[in-house]
Design a protein around this ligand. Structure first.
Ligand code: 173
Length: 318
């Protein structure tokens, strides 16, 4: 009996030592460092490094200069990167159903409450070998930006830079599409290789694209999803205490999504100051624009997997 207790004490001690080891995760963002869609991740990294001392830290390696934008999904899936800040449109090769995320009309807080978060997390674990830790970008719409004017929702004759976010919609409206990472947009505009691009309401000035952009088309559509993804093997190896730090940081960052409404308004004002004119669709044009966005978006998700698509629609659209 004495021996057993001694053994147990030793076990507890070694477990304690193992728990006390600080883990450092290598973090990479799909967006340029210090720009709009990296900022929430950077705030999260700072929070974890402050609140996770002795437990978990994040070594912020960098952005697309460290891992190319469309390679980051593979890198976090295989464990080359431990935690990634990435949008589903950049990893459709691994999680094609992720195309549903930008079709959400509710918030991550609602998605956590109604079971949608658990479903999205399970899909990511299954298909990509990552824990879906957090979602940023709620309340931010996407827009079409142009170098020449249009008079209605007809994009025929225009070459538009796209990602999977806008692909089905812009194609249905007649555009010719070129898929590029954000890092290639400025040069494509400069060369006249594109007549416009899809991008959210935030971030245009950050990237200097306002210099080469003449028009923004309103209304905006869809909702940004920029997600924190943790390699699943790495996640499973963390202690409950270490996981709790990351989950608390995620909750803190997701609460900040509410501030996006104010940031959107100030970005729109800055675009106006920078000389970007608004082409604002009204009446039937606006209705066609938005209806095409929704119908083509969900049709392409359901073409990938009808059952999962219907499940996601029922909890993302409310
Ligand atoms: O346009 C894009 O590169 C894109 O799909 C995206 C997604 C989320 C945030 C910013 C851009």
């Amino acid at each position: 009996m004495k021996k057993l207790f001694a053994g147990m004490a030793l076990l507890a001690l070694t477990a304690g030592v193992a728990d006390a080891q600080e883990v450092t995760l290598r973090g990479v963002t799909a967006f340029a460092k210090g720009t709009t869609f990296s900022r929430p991740f950077e705030a999260f990294v700072a929070w974890v490094n402050e609140n996770g001392k002795g437990l978990v830290q994040i070594d912020y390696v960098g952005g697309p200069e460290a891992v190319p934008t469309f390679e980051l999904g593979n890198a976090v899936s295989s464990g080359i990167v431990d935690i990634a800040n990435n949008t589903s449109a950049f990893y459709t090769n691994l999680v094609p159903e992720g195309d549903a995320l930008h079709l959400a009309t509710n918030t991550i807080q609602t998605q956590r409450a109604n079971g949608c978060y658990a479903l999205v997390d399970a899909i990511h674990q299954d298909k990509m070998n990552v824990k879906y830790l957090a979602r940023t970008g709620d309340n931010i719409n996407f827009h079409l930006y142009l170098t020449k004017p249009i008079s209605g929702p007809d994009l025929s004759g225009l070459t538009i830079r796209t990602t999977p976010v806008y692909q089905a919609m812009f194609e249905a409206l007649g555009a010719d599409l070129v898929r590029t990472a954000p890092g290639e947009v400025y040069t494509a505009l400069e060369r006249g290789a594109i007549d416009g691009y899809g991008w959210p309401i935030q971030g245009v000035l950050d990237l200097g694209w306002d210099e080469l952009t003449k028009y923004r088309v309103d209304p905006g559509f869809y909702q940004v999803d920029v997600n924190f993804l943790v390699n699943l093997d790495r996640w499973k190896a963390l202690s409950d205490e270490q996981k709790a730090v990351l989950e608390k940081g995620a909750e803190m960052i997701e609460a900040q999504n509410a501030a996006n409404l104010d940031i959107n308004a100030s970005e729109a004002a800055k675009q106006k100051e920078a000389g970007i004119e608004v082409i604002s669709f009204a009446g039937d044009d606006s209705a066609k624009w938005l209806a095409t966005a929704q119908s083509t978006g969900w049709a392409s998700v359901k073409a990938i997997d009808a059952e999962v698509g219907a499940k996601l629609e029922s909890c993302l659209v409310q």
